[in-house]
Design a protein around this ligand. Structure first.
Ligand SMILES: NC(=O)C1=CN([C@@H]2O[C@H](COP(=O)(O)OP(=O)(O)OC[C@H]3O[C@@H](n4cnc5c(N)ncnc54)[C@H](O)[C@@H]3O)[C@@H](O)[C@H]2O)C=CC1
Ligand SMILES: CC(=O)C(=O)O
Ligand SMILES: [Mg+2]
Length: 566
């Protein structure tokens, strides 16, 4: 913003005074403004007299947070705080990360998205409309930011929010939530990021029929006009902010893949649901595979939910199997994928999307398999026939991993690896407690949403959170520090390995993934390894001598800076 600048001494300098200072969340310190600042910035008489420290403010804000009656109200409270005093918001979030992550991120962010138009208080981010493609330019111009000011933009078109579907303009909250995780986990400077919603309409009838809905009141626009809109967004965003990393979130899987194909080898961009999720799952699977004692290439994998996340996961596991010596065809053969049509076989060759094709099973293989009344091969039949050793859930179908299916899987494998990855919590394909019960404690489990520890046979089992939140913050920081040109496959593999390395396997009951308490530590490690991979892959514009130091120096910390008048 051109009315707030950073000085070489590390102060913030502003042309604003009085109430204007209090209304800017990057500047506002509330009652923490010192006497000197109050005089210099024209705040005398505009604040109660006692000056509090950031710690005291955080103590008060935490009490106010706890006084909220439910999770949604806590989310609204934190969102108000973020829009009022950014440093205080991040101080609270980082100090209480385990407790507050589920409120600003999955699962509660899902509720906040559904209630967006009714809970709306003030705008946050950039709202682009397909009905005004020419307005994109104006929207970025209205931010009054200069080319070097922005490092990262998270954009969604809200077609496939978590597992809850199409939520139109409310999807801005997933972009805001992801950015909060970037800052809390990897110290991405919150004044250098932008959340964007690409409002192309919605097919959600509930929203369309709601007079208070504040997004575009028409069906989703697809096809050429959609592509034109996306291209205009990318072009304009990079015209204003040429170094920015463009993060895509919760698009429908067809558009998500098309955008990846078009841009991934040309600009600094990635799809979180496909690539970030692939990397975190690979980390969890590598940890599990170590425990099973069988190489990844010798596992049989059933993916229940062959969409963005499911096939993104299959792709990264497949690539790792190829590194272990399988041909691509052999590696593809290790996967059985299911979507709403049941098991995907070559019978669907003409119907499935391109990205699903490598995993179609042959009709010969399934000729004797049972079909249900719709002619489909069910999940239960697939598990019975395949005897999978790894089962991944990315279907958004809560409870789909039934006792019968899990017991069948567990009957044929000593340590079944089971990952119900769907979010938010009610959509998890199974809950960890049941998985331990149904497998006599043999299952190796990780989930997409947070779950409490499970006590089984006297051991307290931590449940690793297989969520892309372990990947994208460090991935972003590593690519920002190296000013990477693109994000390579190697940078995702580096993320997965860095995370897998940080699991303490010796501890009884340790999860497959690091504890969420270590999110910051993990993100720094991911950033370091990503930066190294960017340099190794020849895509880094900057090659710091001391990568670790460069990563740490680049991190924003939630503490008040002295504010002076320009
Ligand atoms: N833990 C994590 O980090 C992540 C988790 N996810 C979760 O994965 C789920 C799917 O997300 P996306 O892949 O983005 O959505 P998507 O819409 O691309 O994929 C969902 C897939 O599930 C299939 N499906 C729907 N009903 C089914 C049924 N009854 N049986 C079998 N398959 C069925 C759909 O046909 C589709 O292929 C969501 O719940 C999301 O929250 C997504 C990204 C990251
Ligand atoms: C975590 C995430 O990106 C999702 O559930 O869509
Ligand atoms: Mg997502």
């Amino acid at each position: 913003m051109n009315n707030v600048k950073k000085t070489k001494e590390g102060y913030l300098e502003t042309t604003l005074t009085g109430k204007d200072v209090l209304s800017i969340p990057t500047l506002n310190k509330g009652v923490a403004f010192s006497e000197e600042e109050r005089q210099e910035l024209g705040l005398e008489g505009l604040l109660p007299p006692t000056v509090l420290t950031l710690e005291q403010q955080a103590e008060r804000a935490y009490k106010q947070f706890l006084a909220q009656p439910d999770r949604l109200r806590q989310n609204v409270y934190l969102s108000d705080l973020q829009n009022r005093n950014e440093v205080l918001f991040y101080k609270l979030l980082t100090d209480k990360l385990r407790e507050m992550l589920p409120v600003v991120y999955t699962p509660t962010v899902g509720e906040a998205i559904q209630e967006y138009s009714h809970e709306y208080r003030r705008p946050h981010g950039v709202y682009l409309s397909i009905d005004n493609i020419d307005g994109i330019e104006k929207a970025f111009e209205n931010l009054h930011a200069t080319a070097g000011d922005i490092d990262l933009i998270v954009a969604t078109d809200s077609e496939s929010i978590l597992g809850i579907g199409d939520w139109g303009v409310g999807g801005i909250n997933i972009a805001i939530g992801k950015l909060a995780v970037y800052t809390a986990a990897a110290g991405i400077d919150p004044s250098r990021v932008i959340p964007v919603v690409l409002d192309v309409g919605t097919n959600n009838e509930k929203l369309l029929n709601d007079p208070l809905y504040i997004g575009n009141h028409h069906k989703r626009v697809q096809g050429e006009k959609y592509e034109e809109f996306i291209d205009a967004y990318v072009k304009t965003a990079l015209k204003f902010f040429p170094k920015a990393l463009l993060h895509w979130e919760d698009l429908g899987n067809k558009n998500a893949r098309n955008i990846m194909k078009k841009y991934n080898d040309k600009i600094l961009t990635f799809n979180d649901d496909i690539q970030g999720t692939g990397a975190i799952t690979l980390a969890g699977v590598l940890a599990a595979v170590k425990k099973t004692g069988t190489k990844l290439k010798d596992h049989r994998v059933v993916i229940f939910g062959a969409g963005s996340a499911g096939i993104g996961i299959a792709d990264q596991m497949r690539d790792t199997m190829v590194l272990e010596g399988l041909s691509e065809e052999e590696a593809n053969n290790a996967f059985w994928t299911l979507d709403y049509r049941g098991l995907l076989t070559d019978q669907f060759e003409d119907e499935v999307l391109d990205f699903q094709k490598p995993y179609l099973r042959s009709s010969d293989e399934v000729s004797g398999w049972a079909r249900d009344e719709k002619g489909q091969i069910s999940f239960a039949e697939t598990v019975r026939r395949v005897k999978p050793t790894i089962l991944i859930g990315t279907s958004g179908q809560g409870g789909a991993f039934t006792e019968e299916i899990i017991k069948e899987m567990a009957a044929h494998t000593e340590r079944p690896v089971i990952m119900p990855m769907s979010n938010p919590t009610p959509l998890a394909e199974a809950v960890p407690e049941d998985l331990f019960k149904w497998t006599d404690g043999r299952a190796l489990v990780a989930t997409g949403s947070p779950f409490d520890n499970v006590e089984y046979n006297g051991i307290e089992h931590e449940i690793g959170q297989s969520n892309n939140a372990f990947v994208f913050p460090g991935l972003g920081l590593g690519s920002i520090v190296t000013e990477s040109k693109i994000i390579t496959k190697g940078m995702f593999v580096a993320s997965a390995n860095a995370i897998a390395e940080m699991v303490d396997h010796e501890k009884p009951g340790a999860g497959l993934l690091p504890s969420i308490d270590k999110l910051q530590e993990v993100s720094i490690q991911v950033a370091i390894e990503v930066a190294k991979a960017a340099i190794e892959d020849g895509v880094a514009r900057k090659t710091p001598d001391n990568i670790e130091q460069a990563v740490k120096d680049a991190m924003w910390i939630p503490e008040y800076k002295k504010i002076v008048r320009a």
